[in-house]
Design a binder for this molecule. Sequence first.
Ligand SMILES: Cc1ncc(C[n+]2csc(CCOP(=O)(O)OP(=O)(O)O)c2C)c(N)n1
Ligand SMILES: [Mg+2]
Length: 322
Amino acid sequence: MELSREQLLEAYRRMRRIRVFEEKLAELVAAGKLAGFLHLYAGEEAVAVAVAAHLSTRDTLASTHRGHGHCLAKGVEAKAMMAELFGRATGICKGKGGSMHIADLDRGMLGANGIVGAGIPLATGAALTAKLKHTGGVAVAFFGDGASNQGQFHEALNLAAVWKLPALFVAENNGYGEATPHEFACSVRDIAQRAASYGMPGVIADGMDFLDVYAKAGGAIARARAGEGPTLLECKTYRYFGHYVGDNLQYRSKEEAESWRQGRDPLERFERTTVGEGLVESDALRTIDAEIAEEIEDAVSFAEASPWPSPEDVSSDVYVSY
Ligand SMILES: Cc1ncc(C[n+]2csc(CCOP(=O)(O)OP(=O)(O)O)c2C)c(N)n1
Ligand SMILES: [Mg+2]
């Protein structure tokens, strides 16, 4: 095992943080305490955390409308994200971004994005910057199966391959774009097949398995850092909640949802393997569970007690001036 006990515990902590953060948001919406359009990442935790485990702050990441998991995996503070979702002045974007526009440039988190597929060319641009400036950094784009049918996916992958950019394209294939099944909208079974059109490797990982994603993302990122160009990594995964909080889920069966959870849940599976192989102790995981439960409760209290942005600040931090 290439990962140390500490690294494994940190990976579990991040996956647990995402799970509890997302479940808390669903609860807050149901209780009428939180408004706005939320797309939850629960079920897909292993993808973001395993990819981000290979990244440091010199590396950049572009996210999606389902971006909380990517932000937390990249190290954005849960407290500042929660305040952002509550629209408070203490939020990571001072309450002006909200769920779909969380960004934290100090941590290389280029932003969630309300436009499906728009993170792909942004990450490609960041990879070009890294290459031209010789930063040694890698840029990662996360996007869904639906986004892989967008024009910008194809344009960006082509250019990234032509220019041999240090980029990783992570397709999170959760089987649906809103209520449309992947098979209905996509010309190939595996999104990874599309890599062949652009002369880059196409790799498939089990997105419910942290260790599988970690190994495959690691190979692709090492390749990118070595100047050998981009990779398309498709992670087969599933979102536990609906497309957005409030989705009635009529387009998929309970059996289907259960078949992705039973024995495959990314946190349970991580625990089974790592505890089973004697790499971490279950007590250590339970301590993390308790710490995360408290951290998320504290984040909510912090957000609820935080001030609203003041009307005088309505036009500050909205435009970038050069
Ligand atoms: C350009 C654009 N088209 C349509 C939408 C509406 N929309 C929001 S999310 C979504 C589905 C995206 O599916 P996928 O890429 O598979 O991501 P997932 O929601 O499954 O994570 C759509 C069509 C949008 N936000 N932007
Ligand atoms: Mg999808």
